[in-house]
Design a protein around this ligand. Structure first.
Ligand code: NAP
Ligand code: GDD
Length: 390
């Protein structure tokens, strides 16, 4: 690895101002160190910070006293909803969360940013992460989820920084290889997403072997939360339960109910990634609960928790099937437990109840969506039509 330059860039950031500068919370975060013991000497760079995991990871790292730099995509609407609770006045002198515009398709920008920030730890969480969507957008998925990983690794190398690198790898790599799946189980990807993640996994290992950086793969099984994207099956179900319970909807349309997944609670998984980067040696680890349940059982538990019978409210729609499905993912997290002391404490059944509770509460806080009407006589009368989300 080239020589490191851990300069203190935070002063420069404040002087020139970031495109987006979020100061950190002034209140104590969950798991936060005490004010006296907070160590602000570490900087982390997180891609995918606006996603489910990025949001929890930012919260965890800020709580541990890190300065956190996140990559966000320019969008025509705000895409920082999962980070809003971390916001305080940007004029605050102790700002520790900084967001930078960039994209995993733009390698030059990544080099510039990594050279400027010179992070001690890099978490590459950004991806086109939806398996079903990857069949619609295979080339984009390859570019961001696959090639995006080597752009990040090259950016670290070309920036000449010494940093620890964590790649968000996936249990989708195992595809049709039967469970239990561990670090030594052969891969058999079953989607463009999984194939792209396989490239990300191997290029991370290749850079570790070729150039010697501290680079690791977290091979993570499905992990969910109230911050989960609404089109993943767990959240789709728990949001539907809340809406049906409130009388706002009657049915939810689903695909394959026989699939088995090892669902865990997302905050535990980001903590696992952090542990991987604190280890003495770089290595690859499975993060999983070790138990699997079917989508059908997730439905039963979720609807049952709200005193509803799922069979009265679930209909089949083949648009939610995939051309090639992954039948069963159940992880063996022994290595992470033994080497990192990491263990999941929330399984899929407990998670379903936790998420239903959260979505019922979220609905109570939801406001009615509003949009203006065009004030032109020549404007056609709007009709409501469209396709259901994935
Ligand atoms: P997520 O909620 O879908 O978040 C994905 C993040 O990537 C978002 O911040 C998104 O930004 C960003 N992103 C997408 N395309 C980008 C691009 N071209 N340039 C820069 N950023 C881009 O995913 P997640 O559930 O948090 O998962 C985090 C990572 O872990 C992903 O790599 C995923 O594949 C992997 N993983 C997840 C699981 C799981 O069960 N959650 C399991 C194994 C592996 P926007 O907000 O602007 O869209
Ligand atoms: N999304 C969705 N929507 N999935 C459905 C539906 C539906 O209406 N009906 C059934 N399923 C089934 C899918 O076919 C799949 O077998 C299972 O529910 C889980 O689907 P998702 O929640 O979309 O997740 P995933 O397992 O395909 O992928 C997630 O986990 C991977 C780790 O194993 C994503 O987070 C990936 O990014 C991650 O790598």
């Amino acid at each position: 690895m080239a020589s490191c330059f851990f300069k203190d860039v935070s002063a420069r950031h404040r002087k020139h101002g970031q495109l987006v500068a979020f100061p950190t919370v002034s209140r104590r975060l969950p798991g936060a160190a005490t004010q006296e013991s907070q160590d602000v000497s570490k900087r982390a760079f997180v891609t995918g910070i606006t996603g489910q995991d990025g949001s929890y990871l930012a919260e965890l790292l800020l709580g541990k006293g890190y300065e956190v730099h996140g990559l966000i995509r320019r969008a025509s609407t705000f895409n920082t909803a999962r980070l809003e609770h971390l916001y305080v006045d940007p004029h605050s002198a102790d700002a520790r969360l900084f967001l930078h515009y960039g994209d995993l398709s733009d390698g030059t920008r990544l080099v510039t940013l990594l050279a400027e920030v010179a992070p001690h730890e890099v978490y590459n969480l950004a991806a086109q992460s939806h398996v079903r969507v990857s069949f619609d957008e295979p080339e984009h998925t390859a570019d961001i989820t696959g090639t995006g990983t080597v752009r990040m690794l090259e950016a670290v190398r070309l920036a000449g920084i010494e940093t620890r690198f964590c790649q968000a790898s996936s249990s989708e790599l195992y595809g049709s290889t039967p469970p239990p799946q561990s670090e030594t189980t052969p891969f058999h990807p079953r989607s463009p997403y999984a194939a792209a993640k396989a490239y990300g996994y191997w290029i991370t290992r290749n850079y570790r072997e070729a150039y010697g950086p501290f680079a690791v793969n977290g091979i993570m099984f499905n992990h969910e939360s109230p911050r989960r994207g609404e089109t993943f099956v767990s959240r789709k179900i728990t949001r539907a339960v809340a809406a049906i319970r409130a009388g706002r909807e009657e049915f939810v349309y689903m695909g394959n109910l026989d699939a088995i997944r090892d669902w865990g609670y997302a905050p535990e998984y980001v903590e696992g990634m952090w542990r991987m980067l604190q280890a003495d040696e770089p290595d690859d680890y499975v993060l999983a609960t070790g138990t699997g349940i079917t989508v059908r059982e997730f439905l039963e538990i979720s609807f049952g928790h709200a005193d509803l019978d799922w069979e009265n409210h679930v209909k089949f729609d083949d648009r939610y099937l995939r051309p090639t499905e992954v039948a069963t993912l159940i992880g063996d997290p022994t290595k992470a437990r033994e080497k990192l002391g990491w263990q999941a404490t929330v399984d899929g059944r407990a998670l379903a109840r936790l998420m239903v509770n959260a979505d019922i509460e979220a609905l109570e806080h939801a406001s009615t969506p509003w949009i203006d009407e065009v004030r032109l006589d020549s404007w056609p009368t709007p009709t409501t039509h469209g396709t259901a989300p994935l």
